[in-house]
Design a protein around this ligand. Structure first.
Ligand code: BTN
Length: 242
């Protein structure tokens, strides 16, 4: 892996999109990300120098497009592995937010380019709150490693640990893709936020329901029990009420 540390950039995901400059194995880290992008067109806000904002460029041609969610699981698990190494117990909120006791510590923006039926290039963008203690009031339920543990951390050391966990998880994904990476599936489901607990959800177009998350399939489908029957939801088809 090749590390590129940029003092300032609009978005590491946007920068990583430059195919002339970056290819599989490049990691673009921003000390100050001025226009961080989140999911659903949201912004990602991070105090300069306090947190990790970076993107990993991958060329996972071994990964069938139908299984691209396994890469999301891999990245979320690498973050959870890292947090656990620092004594922070993490849960993964489908699809790939990482939560600590009901608060969001990490968000990811994964942008895949498909060619034929494989993933030709992927940008795994990760924003992990490390040392930030105060957040803009529009950021919903944020937390950081420092808020959680009372200690500050060297962000590049945290990055080194995270990349080491990612390399392990990604190596496994490649080696076990034929069998649909059963350990990835097992570990992701074991860490699923709100699994087997009843909570309110919103189904766009239908309204509020009470549901119990049971598991996630390798396709990324979230299986939720509602009124005694198991229903599958794809991204954006169901919303958490936090
Ligand atoms: C979300 O939870 O909405 C996803 C947030 C993703 C933020 C990271 S920070 C590094 C990378 N570059 C971006 O512009 N976004 C991702």
């Amino acid at each position: 892996m090749r590390l590129h540390i940029l003092q300032e950039v609009d978005s590491t995901n946007t920068a990583a999109g430059d195919r002339e400059r970056y290819s599989g194995g490049d990691i673009i880290v921003a000390i100050n990300q001025t226009a961080g992008r989140g999911q659903r067109g949201n912004r990602w806000n991070s105090k300069p120098g306090d947190n990790l904002t970076f993107s990993i460029v991958l060329e996972p041609r071994f990964l069938p497009a139908s299984c691209q969610f396994l890469l999301s699981e891999t990245a979320a698990l690498a973050v959870a592995d890292t947090l656990e190494e620092y004594g922070v117990e993490a849960r993964i909120k489908w699809t790939n937010d990482v939560y600590v006791k009901g608060n969001k510590i990490c968000g990811m923006l994964i942008e895949n380019d498909l060619k034929g039926n494989v993933v030709e290039r992927s940008i795994v963008g990760i924003g992990l709150n490390v040392n930030q203690k105060q957040f803009a009031e529009w950021v919903p339920n944020p937390v950081s490693m420092a808020v959680e543990t009372g200690s500050d951390y060297d962000i590049l050391q945290v990055l080194e640990r995270l990349l080491s966990h990612f390399e392990k998880r990604y190596g496994y994904l490649e080696s076990a893709i034929e069998a649909l990476a059963p350990d990835t599936q097992r570990d992701y489901n074991a860490k699923l936020f709100r699994r087997d607990e009843q909570h309110p959800y919103n189904i766009p177009g239908k309204g509020p329901v009470q549901g119990t998350i049971r598991n996630v399939l390798p396709t990324g489908e979230l299986m939720v029990e509602i009124d005694g029957s198991l229903q599958g939801f794809l991204f954006k088809e169901i919303e958490f009420v936090i």
